[in-house]
Design a protein around this ligand. Structure first.
Ligand SMILES: Cc1cc2nc3c(=O)[nH]c(=O)nc-3n(C[C@H](O)[C@H](O)[C@H](O)COP(=O)(O)OP(=O)(O)OC[C@H]3O[C@@H](n4cnc5c(N)ncnc54)[C@H](O)[C@@H]3O)c2cc1C
Length: 347
């Protein structure tokens, strides 16, 4: 099987198919910027002002740990880490909402026992330091995971660096004829936001969003090893005072150009969060592949079943990707049914 795109989606699917003994070839154009390469890689079980516990978050988390763990055993390096995440309260409503939500056992299971003292050092952070700590939060070193996975596939001749012209593929009943004359049993498109111009899946209702992230140096915060979230998030990446912080959402200009406006917004958020100085040392932008209802879509083309699709991981690719990749692999190899709401053929 040929997988087009070696982002998070294509790589996760590649590992699932290899685990099932399938012959795979990952083909990726090798662009310097992609959503997966720019992503912070954070897993946040409780999100937004409503403190919403993601749907089936327990099942997604379990599969994420199993999937990244299995890859770590092959690569000899773990890229997915448990990282406590402090969520600082904003406004009067959040503490009340939190108290109500904590009554539910499934919610409380993601939260550390309450503490009387502030959750962060008030000499470093603004505000009262009141909030809660998510214990099931995590972090994937996304870029390193993609690179190490790519090296593994490349060493075995299972990765090619080139662009695939989807329009030039010829789907047949037995498989797919590729542009260079070779053949594959199936071609699975994992192209991220670039799939908006894929001619085989024109019905997809895209809602892509550009996102920007800053990298900052704040030496005074070097001892903070948790993710701190207060509207935006601050992710420690090296234990030496380097953090990533983000991110923005923009729907008008879907390109990969960092903007002054996003930098100003992110720095303004930082100034409301931090009491200590920081220095911006990097800024990146990419387009998140989001599909209507922020739900991934996967499965075979309804008319050309040798063409398949895996996309729409949106803002939660690290958490949702492993389970969907497993479900798609089960479907492609064993004909297992897909979750109805995610089946690309019906959505
Ligand atoms: C600023 C920002 C912050 C984010 N933070 C997080 C986060 O903290 N946690 C989280 O879970 N998610 C986060 N995300 C979202 C995450 O990046 C996505 O969910 C996920 O990475 C999407 O992966 P993908 O493989 O579908 O797409 P992509 O990463 O876009 O990968 C697609 C790949 O296919 C290649 N390609 C496309 N078309 C072709 C073709 N025709 N031929 C060959 N190659 C092709 C591309 O070059 C690319 O390498 C963030 C995204 C952004 C932009």
């Amino acid at each position: 099987m040929v997988i087009v795109g070696q982002g998070l989606a294509g790589t996760l699917l590649g590992w699932e198919l290899v685990r099932r003994g399938q012959r795979v070839l990952l083909v990726d154009e090798g662009a310097a910027v992609s959503s997966s390469k720019v992503a912070a890689g954070i897993v946040t079980p409780i999100t937004g002002k409503r403190l919403a516990l993601g749907s089936e978050v327990g099942a997604f988390l379990e599969e994420a740990w199993a999937s990244y763990g299995a890859v770590a055993r092959v690569l000899g390096r773990a890229h997915f880490h448990r990282r406590a995440q402090v969520r600082l309260f904003r406004g009067e409503e959040e503490p009340r909402r939190f108290a109500v939500k904590c009554a539910a056992a499934d919610f409380a299971g993601h939260v550390a026992p309450e503490r009387a003292e502030p959750l962060v050092d008030l000499a470093l952070f603004q505000g009262s330091g009141r909030g809660f700590e998510m214990v099931t939060s995590g972090w994937l070193e996304t870029r390193a995971w993609l690179e190490d996975s790519a090296a593994w596939f490349a060493e075995r001749g299972l990765l090619q660096r080139r662009a695939v012209n989807a329009a030039a593929l010829v789907p047949e009943r037995w498989g797919v004829r590729l542009e260079d004359g070779s053949a594959a049993a199936a071609v699975i498109f994992c192209e991220g936001a670039a799939a908006r111009s894929n001619p085989w899946f024109p019905w997809i209702a895209w809602k892509c969003a550009k996102g920007e992230i800053l990298t900052i140096e704040a030496p005074a915060l070097a001892a903070e090893r948790r993710i701190v979230n207060a509207g935006g998030w601050l992710l420690p990446v090296d234990g030496a005072g380097t953090f990533r912080t983000g991110s923005t959402y923009g729907w008008d200009q879907l390109d990969e150009q960092p903007t002054e406006a996003a930098r100003a917004l992110l720095e303004e958020r930082l100034s409301r969060l931090l009491r200590v100085p920081w220095r911006v040392v990097g800024q990146e932008a990419a387009v998140r592949p989001i599909i209507h209802q922020s739900l991934a879509r996967l499965g075979r083309h309804p008319v050309h079943p040798t063409l398949a699709f895996f996309n729409g991981l949106g803002s939660k690719g690290v958490l949702h990707g492993p389970r969907y990749a497993r479900q798609l692999a089960d479907h492609l190899v064993d004909g297992a049914p897909l979750p109805l709401e995610a089946d690309v053929a019906g959505n």
